[in-house]
Design a protein around this ligand. Structure first.
Ligand code: ASP
Length: 295
């Protein structure tokens, strides 16, 4: 596959699901925020930053946006606490770092990044939080992540609501990266881990493609969705067909969701089978494209 070097791409998503009433009321604000995320990524890419740095920065920004289910504002577990998971993968050498069930790393994606160049790929729970602190990731009390909005939604029994944020990036040198961060599913039992931090399920990047998934995590895990796309592309399938095939596999298990993917040649796919999947795309030389609610 020829690499169209010099044409960076950044795609982000803010979770596949239904348009919650408050997100519905704040679509303009959310769209403006996603434009800010793209702008920041664009200036980093134009300044020569690599795909990992840009994807992590984009996800880190989205972890701070309270309407998204990641970092501050994440969905609550059944006991009212927050457990966060994140992963980052570098396509050039398939290096990966991930954390699951962390409770105090202010930016879980930075905790994942702290493992990218270590032997261990995935760390969980308190040990992952401690590792993140040693790596310089800022800690915070678990209550920092808990918002009144999410507490009300848990108390109202609004179960099963999704979210998750992710970014995929192609940089000027033709390298790919994927990053994903989530609070999981509202009302999940503490200890439950979805697809987002699992390399090959919710997050994948290699020399051909970078993928970040969102949706019914168990179905994405059971189909190895993100890596499945890479396998199909390795066999010569185009990005859109490979992405659609992965979602068909998820659907066959009763799962719904979506994903963002970018190929080494700069093709983009953003399929989803839910009502909405807020997303934003920037390609060099093109205006940013942002969709929050239904088109
Ligand atoms: N996939 C995530 C999980 O299962 C949730 C989501 O994307 O909304 O934890």
């Amino acid at each position: 596959m020829g690499v169209d070097r010099g044409k960076p791409v950044l795609v982000v998503h803010a979770g596949a699901g239904v348009l919650s009433p408050d997100l519905g009321e704040r679509t303009a604000e959310t769209g403006a925020f996603l434009i800010d995320v793209l702008d920041r990524g664009r200036s980093m890419l134009e300044g020569g930053d690599d795909a990992v740095a840009v994807a992590v920065c984009a996800v880190s920004m989205m972890e701070s946006f309270e309407l998204f289910n990641a970092g501050h504002g994440a969905a609550l577990c059944s006991d009212g606490t927050v457990e966060l998971s994140a992963a980052v993968m570098r396509g050039s050498d398939c290096a990966a770092g991930a954390v699951a069930g962390v409770r105090s790393a202010k930016h879980p994606i930075r905790a994942a990044l702290s493992l990218l160049d270590e032997y261990q790929v995935l760390m969980v729970g308190e040990s992952a939080d401690q590792h993140a602190v040693r790596a310089g990731v800022e800690p915070c009390p678990n209550e920092f992540f808990v918002t009144a909005r999410q507490r009300a939604r848990l108390e109202a029994g609004a179960g099963g609501d999704r979210g998750t944020v992710g970014a995929v990036c192609l940089d000027r040198r033709g390298s790919l990266a994927a990053a994903t961060s989530t609070g999981g599913v509202r009302g999940q039992p503490p200890g439950r881990v979805g697809d987002s931090p699992l390399i090959g399920a919710g997050t994948w990047a290699d020399g051909n493609v970078a993928v970040s998934c969102t949706g019914d995590g168990e179905a994405f895990i059971r189909t190895g969705a993100a890596r499945y796309i890479a396998a199909l592309i390795g066999e010569g399938k185009d990005l859109q067909s490979a992405s659609d095939a992965a979602l068909r596999g998820v659907a066959a298990l009763g799962g719904r969701g979506g994903l963002i993917a970018v190929s080494a040649t700069g093709e983009v796919a953003t399929p989803f089978t839910t009502e909405v999947m807020p997303r934003a795309i920037w390609k060099v030389g093109e205006p940013p494209r942002v969709t929050v609610g239904t088109p």
